[in-house]
Design a protein around this ligand. Structure first.
Ligand code: SF4
Ligand code: SF4
Ligand code: FES
Length: 529
């Protein structure tokens, strides 16, 4: 682990850490435009220049491109480095329009912050500025290309991180253009992240355009409730109206990003037809009256038909507190147990999934990104849990194998194996996969008799009805055989009732064989567990 000194403070960092990251660990924020923790360095903007005083590197160099090495002595405040950074800002500002007063990024713009804090206040360049035509990118993202500083973050996020190809870098040199290759709306369901990732106002939030300044908003942390992942978000409201949502960093769940469903799916919050007042028989009433009438009618039903004739209805989107209260009230009143799922089969699958998980196999999205073999059974990540698709992509980018067993047409922004097997086949495919995959395992330690018996009882080949998948499955089994951290992802919608507990048992088996394995369930809602 290299040890270095930054601004007089010593730090030891893992091999491969960049100097900009080592500084961040010390709480020193080196200015940057192109570098982003999720995307890595690009070496495009040169704003992260620092002075290397001693050690294997000397002089002013880019801290995002330089690996931390033993013996380095680095200064982020050296006058030479600071002057260099001032020039960087000045030349990046050559073409940047002075339109902060009408730019929606103003007030939370990295370029604005760095320009002001870097001390660039006087324009010396009096020539003509570079200009571009903007594109209509659809209803969510506004495009103002004249503001671009060519940092490449948008392209690196959109293509490399998220896996979509319709937006990227066009033309070369000074005329470099970041936009869509052909007219039309952005195709990625993660496109809204361009707004957060762009350090200036090229991509801004279209629905909230001109509705207020950053400092006008009341902002508060929250969690997205549009799928079971529960990504961290920040809401901005003005005059009691939700204006916009942004991603909030969460290391284990969504990292720096969210999907567009989460970002833009809040119109219901201030929908004009949203019930805001109690009603009794169609007429508006006070809350107290509404509660009184409801209580009286419930008591009437209880008296006529018995308390068991009453059942409470919730949903996986209901808050945990409300669920707990509903369950408690139902028990106290002798009502039927409350319903939180549209059918009891789904409720049973959720119960099996949750009881099959424990700390030894439960995998977070972040851990899933580090898996080298992932099989998704009965789930459509883009539609059921979009950020799961991004995590799968990161695993694939690191060389992992990804396979999906699901009869539906599945799209993922990554290269993956698709076994379009029916729900009735999923259990069998998983069993054969694990049986073949662990066939040449040197079990660490001596597996208990029950573990060994479970493994031995697994089928070694597919029945004739599903044999068309055998070749692909055996290929995947060979990958599982080489895997050091396999993860099983299981949906709960289309699979059989027995699948969740089988999946958890197979994940446990893989853990026993490999030393490490993960299980990830795609639940039917944010509070489904
Ligand atoms: S559009 Fe924004 S993110 Fe993309 S290169 Fe320009 S400044 Fe960077
Ligand atoms: S992945 Fe799910 S929880 Fe996360 S932002 Fe999208 S809809 Fe919301
Ligand atoms: S942040 Fe290092 S070159 Fe841009």
């Amino acid at each position: 682990m290299p040890k270095l000194i930054i601004d007089g403070r010593e730090i030891e960092v893992p091999q491969g850490t960049k100097v900009i990251e080592a500084a961040a660990r010390l709480g020193i924020m080196i200015p940057r435009f192109c570098y982003h923790p999720a995307l890595g360095p690009q070496g495009a903007c040169r704003l992260c220049a620092v002075k290397f005083l001693e050690g294997p590197v000397k002089g002013v160099e880019m801290s995002c491109m330089t690996r931390a090495q033993d013996g380095m002595v680095v200064s982020t405040t050296d006058p030479e480095a600071m002057e260099f950074r001032r020039y960087v800002i000045e030349w990046l500002m050559l073409h940047h329009p002075h339109d902060c007063p009408v730019c929606d990024e103003g007030g939370h713009c990295l370029l604005q912050d760095e320009t002001v804090s870097g001390g660039h206040g006087l324009r010396r360049y009096l020539g003509k500025k570079r200009t571009f035509y903007d594109q209509d990118l659809g209803p969510f993202v506004q495009h103002e290309m004249n503001r671009c500083i060519h940092c490449w973050r948008c392209r690196n996020f959109y293509q490399d991180f998220a896996g979509y190809r319709d937006l990227g870098a066009l033309q070369i040199g000074n005329r470099m253009y970041f936009g869509r290759y052909k007219p039309g709306r952005l195709e990625s369901p993660f496109a809204g992240n361009l707004i957060d990732i762009c350090p200036t106002g090229v991509f801004t939030d279209k629905p909230s355009r001109y509705k207020g300044r950053h400092w006008d908003y009341e902002r508060g942390p929250s969690l997205c409730l549009h799928c079971s992942l529960g990504c961290s978000i920040i809401g901005s409201a003005r005059y009691r109206e939700m204006i916009r949502l942004e991603a909030r960093f969460h290391e284990a769940v969504n990292g720096y990003f969210i999907c567009d469903r989460g970002r833009y799916g809040f119109a219901y919050a201030h929908h004009p037809e949203r019930p805001r007042q109690a009603r009794v028989d169609g007429r508006e009433a006070s809350l107290a009256e509404g509660l009184r009438v409801a209580a009286a009618r419930l008591a009437d039903v209880e008296q006529k038909y018995g308390p068991a004739a009453v059942a409470g209805l919730g949903s996986p989107r209901t808050s945990l507190e409300a669920m707990a209260q509903l369950t408690r009230v139902s028990r106290l009143r002798g009502w039927a147990p409350p319903y939180f799922f549209p059918d009891q089969g789904l409720a049973a699958k959720v119960k099996a999934a949750v009881s099959g998980l424990d700390e030894s196999i439960a995998a977070s999205l972040r851990e899933l990104e580090a898996a080298d073999f992932i099989v998704v059974a009965g789930a459509d990540p883009i539609n059921e849990a979009p950020m799961l698709a991004l995590a799968l992509r990161q695993a694939r980018r690191r060389g992992g194998t990804v396979a999906v067993i699901d009869p539906r047409p599945i799209f993922l922004p990554l290269e993956f194996h698709h076994l379009a097997a029916p729900p009735a086949a999923i259990n069998q495919l998983l069993q054969v996969l694990v049986k073949k995959g662990l066939a040449s395992t040197d079990w660490p330690g001596q597996p208990e008799e029950t573990v060994r018996a479970f493994y031995e009882a697994l089928p070694g080949s597919l029945t004739a009805a599903f044999s068309e998948h055998q070749e692909t499955l055996f290929h995947l089994a060979s990958k599982l055989g080489q895997s050091r951290f396999p993860v099983l992802v299981c949906g709960l919608g289309i699979v059989r009732e027995t699948t969740p507990s089988l999946a958890a048992a197979l994940a446990q088996l893989c853990r026993r064989a490999r030393g490490r394995a993960g299980m990830f369930f795609v639940l039917p809602g944010p509070n489904a567990f």
